[in-house]
Design a protein around this ligand. Structure first.
Ligand SMILES: [Zn+2]
Length: 272
């Protein structure tokens, strides 16, 4: 049955393109009494979407603004029904969305997980900048491991590769070069992410969608992006819409029997 409806207003899609936009979309299909809203998520982890409906003569089954977690690798994920109130009147159907990786409503995660040092067994590296460091980690629980360009990087935890950026080559010591950062982004089973940053150009050995195991060689360090010298910037975080909630984590050090937080200025050896 095709009901003739006068629709005024436009469907407005305002989205924040954090990742390839073709990998995530929200859309509608007409039904007998209104519309159904669906999402497709081609990313390799859940995506949270905030929908702000702009509707007239329609009621939404989920209210006005809602944050919804859309599972990874799914098509036609049901979000809401929009039902026509008065069939004789014109209606307006519009919404704006913003979205990003992860579950933005998530609060808890595995606080006791002991990460592996992200470099080769039998080697050691110094933390040149620690959590909340004064150079560039002011409000960030991130670690800088000093290492020469081309040092093999090993996964600190099991996970799934979500994004890889390895095409940049430019470096400067200014925040303006942050957009040139090369990185490997990995999603963990407890909903946290790890970013391995400043890898050298074409320095990734993994691709989005790939499962990685802790201790797996995933790439080569570099000095690309916002950087003052060759190092690996490593950060674990929960993704929020506008920002990241970075997390302090523990690492296995020495022979791997003890887990501790790493401190600026200290050198840590991996003998496991
Ligand atoms: Zn850093």
């Amino acid at each position: 049955m095709n009901m003739k409806r006068a629709i005024f207003g436009i469907l407005c899609l305002l989205s924040i393109p954090i990742f390839a936009q073709e990998n995530f979309k929200v859309y509608y299909e007409e039904t007998d009494n209104g519309y159904k809203i669906y999402a497709d998520n081609g990313e390799f982890c859940p995506v949270s979407v905030e929908i702000d409906f702009k509707i007239e003569n329609l009621t939404s089954s989920i209210g006005d603004i809602k944050i919804i977690e859309v599972p990874e690798q799914i098509t036609k994920f049901y979000i809401a029904d929009l039902t026509v109130i008065d069939r004789k009147k014109a209606l307006r159907l519009g919404f704006s969305i913003r979205y990003n990786h992860g579950n933005h409503l998530q609060k808890s995660y595995d606080k006791n997980y002991a990460y592996h040092l992200p470099f080769k067994k039998g080697t050691e590296h110094m933390i040149t900048q620690g959590y909340l460091g004064k150079i560039s980690h002011h409000d960030e629980y991130a670690l800088d491991f000093r290492m020469p360009i081309g040092t093999p990087i090993y996964a600190a935890r099991d996970g799934k590769v979500i994004l890889v950026q390895e095409s940049n080559a430019k470096t400067c010591a200014d925040v303006g070069c942050e957009k040139f950062n090369n990185y490997i982004l990995v999603y963990h089973s407890d909903g946290t992410f790890a970013e391995y940053t400043h890898i050298k150009k074409n320095g990734s050995k993994v691709q989005p969608g790939e499962i990685v195991k802790k201790g797996q060689h995933i790439g080569f360090s570099g000095n690309v992006g916002w950087s003052t010298g060759p190092h690996l910037h490593f950060v674990v975080f929960l993704q929020r819409f506008n920002d990241r909630e970075t997390l302090a984590t523990k690492f296995l050090t020495g022979n791997g029997k003890m887990a501790e937080q790493l401190e600026e200025g200290k050198t840590y050896r991996k003998s496991y």
